[in-house]
Design a protein. Structure first.
Length: 90
């Protein structure tokens, strides 16, 4: 099984951030981000669902966008205390 297939299996069962996946597979974050981009288009009719990142200080919700990386700063309060975007497959 390829890593991408394994990621699909994992995300079918639970929500994970890209960083958690990178830790699980002992690879760099950018490799997982590449995988997720690819998975997004290859798993149809299933869907890769992203729960947007959120500022833990002011609860600002980052809009869902094509970018899969977690933003580093809140545009509203400038806090760097951001929960990661979580992914799952439905
Ligand atoms: Zn904020």
């Amino acid at each position: 099984m390829t890593r991408r297939e394994q990621i699909i299996q994992i995300l079918t069962k639970e929500e994970k951030s890209a960083q958690q996946l990178a830790n699980d597979f002992h690879v760099e974050l950018f490799e997982i981000l590449e995988d997720l981009k690819h998975i997004k288009y290859s798993i149809k009719p299933k869907k890769l669902v992203m729960k947007p990142a959120q500022c833990r200080k002011c609860r600002f919700k980052f809009k869902e966008r094509s970018k899969v990386k977690t933003p580093s700063k809140c545009p509203r309060c400038r806090s760097e205390w951001i929960t990661a975007s979580l992914f799952r497959v439905e």
